[in-house]
Each structure stands twice: as C-alpha cells, then as structure tokens.
Design a protein around this ligand. Sequence first.
Ligand SMILES: Nc1ncnc2c1ncn2[C@@H]1O[C@H](COP(=O)(O)OP(=O)(O)OC[C@H]2O[C@@H]([n+]3cccc(C(=O)O)c3)[C@H](O)[C@@H]2O)[C@@H](O)[C@H]1O
Ligand SMILES: Nc1ncnc2c1ncn2[C@@H]1O[C@H](COP(=O)(O)OP(=O)(O)OP(=O)(O)O)[C@@H](O)[C@H]1O
Ligand SMILES: [Mg+2]
Length: 251
Amino acid sequence: MNRSIKEKIDLTVNWLREKVEESNTKGLVVGISGGIDSALVSYLIKKAFPDNSIGVILPCKSNPKDREDALKVAKGCGIKHIEIELSEVHDRLYSDVLNAMKDKDMINESNNLRLSDANLRARLRMSTIYCVANSLNYLVVGTDNAAEVYTGYFTKYGDGGVDILPIANLRKREVYEWARYLGVPQSVIDRPPSAGLWEGQTDEKEMGTTYDMVDDLLEGKDIPQRDKEIIERLHKRSEHKRRMPEAPSVF
Ligand SMILES: Nc1ncnc2c1ncn2[C@@H]1O[C@H](COP(=O)(O)OP(=O)(O)OC[C@H]2O[C@@H]([n+]3cccc(C(=O)O)c3)[C@H](O)[C@@H]2O)[C@@H](O)[C@H]1O
Ligand SMILES: Nc1ncnc2c1ncn2[C@@H]1O[C@H](COP(=O)(O)OP(=O)(O)OP(=O)(O)O)[C@@H](O)[C@H]1O
Ligand SMILES: [Mg+2]
C-alpha cells in the first residue's frame, strides 16, 4: 500500500494512543538527546498526547551542543520537558565499580572500560526515564529505528530498555523524511547520528558501514559484499538483544 507520509504519521499517532489505552497508562515519556530519532519521537508523542507527554534531557558528560539541540526539539514541538544532569552520578557509580574490581585484581588490559563506561551512561538514562514513567504511570517510548534494531546498535537494557518502539519499522532515511515533514529543527537534521557516548563517536564510524547501506539491505537492494558482511555480522552478534533471556529447560 502506498500511503503518504501524513497518513503514516497519523496512523502512528493513533497507534501510540492505542498503546496507552491498552496498558491503562496515562501518557508517554521519551529521552531527548538532540539527535534525530528522539526528535521525531518527541514530535509524535506530543501529537498523540498534547498534555500527557514528557521529554527528559539527560546530559552525562555530554557535548553541550546535545543539550542545545535537545532544547530546540522540546521548544519546536512544544513538549513539556525536564532535565536531570547525570555526570556526577555516573562518576560516583563508575569509580565505585572500578575500585571494587581493582581491590579483587579484576582490572587488566583486556577490559573494555570505554564500553562499560559508555553503556553505564545509557543504563543510567534508562533508570531515570523509568523513574519518571513509574511516578506518572506513563509508558517509556524507545527511539530505535529499523537499522538500529537490525544491527543491534543500542545498549541492551539501556536505550534498548523501553516499553514501545513507534519508529522501529522505519529505515533511517524515512526517519529523516518524517522529521523534515514535521519541521524538526535543521541543526538536528544536519548533525551526524551519534550515540554521544564518547568524544568524536559517530554511529557510522563505529559500525564500519553507513545507514544508507543498512537501509538498502533492509529494502532488499544489492550492496557491496564488504558492507553486507559487516551488517550481517552485527545482526548475528546482537541476536540476543532482540529476544527474551534464555533459560534452561530442566523439567
Ligand atoms: N550471546 C549472548 N547471549 C546473551 N547475552 C549476551 C550474549 N552476548 C553478549 N551478551 C550480553 O550483552 C552484553 C553486550 O551488549 P551491550 O551491553 O548492549 O553492549 P554492546 O553491544 O557491546 O555495546 C552497545 C553498542 O551500542 C551502541 N549504542 C549504545 C547506545 C546508543 C546508541 C545509539 O545509536 O545512539 C548506540 C554503543 O556505541 C555500542 O556500540 C554483554 O556484556 C553480555 O552481558
Ligand atoms: N543526553 C540524552 N538525554 C536524554 N536522552 C538521551 C540522551 N542521549 C541519548 N538519549 C536517549 O537514547 C536514545 C538513543 O540514542 P540515539 O543516538 O540512537 O538516538 P538519537 O540521538 O535520537 O538519534 P541519532 O541516532 O541520530 O543520534 C535517544 O534517542 C534518547 O532517547
Ligand atoms: Mg544520538
């Protein structure tokens, strides 16, 4: 079926209302990063629930530009927003974990400390957003798109820890189309996608391929063998993130 962007957006907004009704909750909350995925989701949930939607801005040793863009998004769609600074909490928790491990000689050069530091940021955000959701009886809205779901490019139980995923069937290029249609600020559209988990990180640099390639693969188009191998490796390696945790069957 060839629906217009407007029709697809209207269907998504209705779907969001249905999910809230079915779950006997009262509204929706999302983390606003200053990136395009959470910008689009903010515009969608504000449309679905003009009075019962909240954006949460959660700087954690972040580039100040992230916060500026997140504020532009909140202002652009008019969503109610709150801000909680997580840098100090992260410092304290991460150094306590490292010190406890050091005491037991668990730290050596094989540890991936950049990753554990980065993923803790995503998981502190998740805990904070659930704290807001529980308090208000709201659902937590995720921002993963189809390319991120397929490649597993998210932190398990971090930004992946959510209740509903309204844009998980959109390719990244559709995220841009919808965002432009809804009037997401240009500076948000123009910035390269980044998890913002360390200085200079961009999604495409880390993945080793481009969103165009992932989108093309998802659309069944031919892409270079090298990119295909990278994407399929990422997909296979992240299978566990798209499933319930495994349990032994011993009965
Ligand atoms: N086969 C398996 N079965 C069950 N569990 C398995 C497993 N293999 C690993 N695991 C578990 O999963 C963990 C690894 O997964 P995880 O902790 O997620 O870590 P991982 O996938 O290594 O890292 C998260 C990736 O997502 C990126 N990210 C994060 C947040 C936001 C965004 C963004 O787009 O903005 C991107 C981040 O830059 C990084 O590349 C392991 O430590 C282990 O606990
Ligand atoms: N500083 C932050 N404040 C609040 N939420 C955040 C912050 N950083 C990340 N998040 C949450 O984690 C999600 C995952 O980040 P991700 O980078 O994939 O999306 P994005 O920043 O919205 O878009 P892009 O992929 O283009 O950077 C964000 O959409 C947002 O919901
Ligand atoms: Mg981002």
